[in-house]
Design a protein around this ligand. Structure first.
Ligand SMILES: [Zn+2]
Length: 134
């Protein structure tokens, strides 16, 4: 798999990226937060206080994780800038999302662990599992 932060290949069982230190999996003392109502309530808190306006977030009820996608308006905005600067803008948006999630972690006492990230036509989708601190 590749590190969501720096993009380099890392071993599948790595807990931290050996290149940039990005946390790839939850510490063992953390408990997964998988109740749909709890996740929905967390999404509301994120939207109210943390989530950058360029992002939308929904609960993936089947897999009990949070799904982040860029808003339609943001996708339109990205479509207007040059093809060269688009990946740079996208990675800045992802960094802003990551920073917001780290900020929320500090305040709320949860951890967001990236479960899956993919890009379709340059549009990123990121899935996070949520853990509570034990
Ligand atoms: Zn990395």
């Amino acid at each position: 798999m590749s590190c969501p932060q720096c993009g380099r290949e890392v071993p599948g069982d790595a807990r931290f990226c050996p290149y940039c230190g990005y946390r790839l999996s939850a510490p063992s003392e953390c408990m997964p937060l998988e109740g749909i109502e709890e996740l929905e309530s967390l999404v509301s808190t994120l939207k109210e206080r943390y989530l950058p306006k360029e992002w939308k977030c929904v609960v993936d009820k089947k897999k009990k994780r949070l799904c982040f996608r860029l808003t339609f308006k943001t996708l339109l905005m990205l479509g207007l800038i040059s093809r060269v600067s688009r990946p740079v803008a996208t990675s800045m948006l992802i960094t802003a999302l990551e920073q917001a999630l780290r900020h929320a972690e500090e305040d709320i006492g949860v951890r967001f662990v990236l479960d899956k990230a993919y890009s379709f036509l340059g549009h990123p989708t990121l899935y996070y599992r949520v853990f509570t601190r034990g």
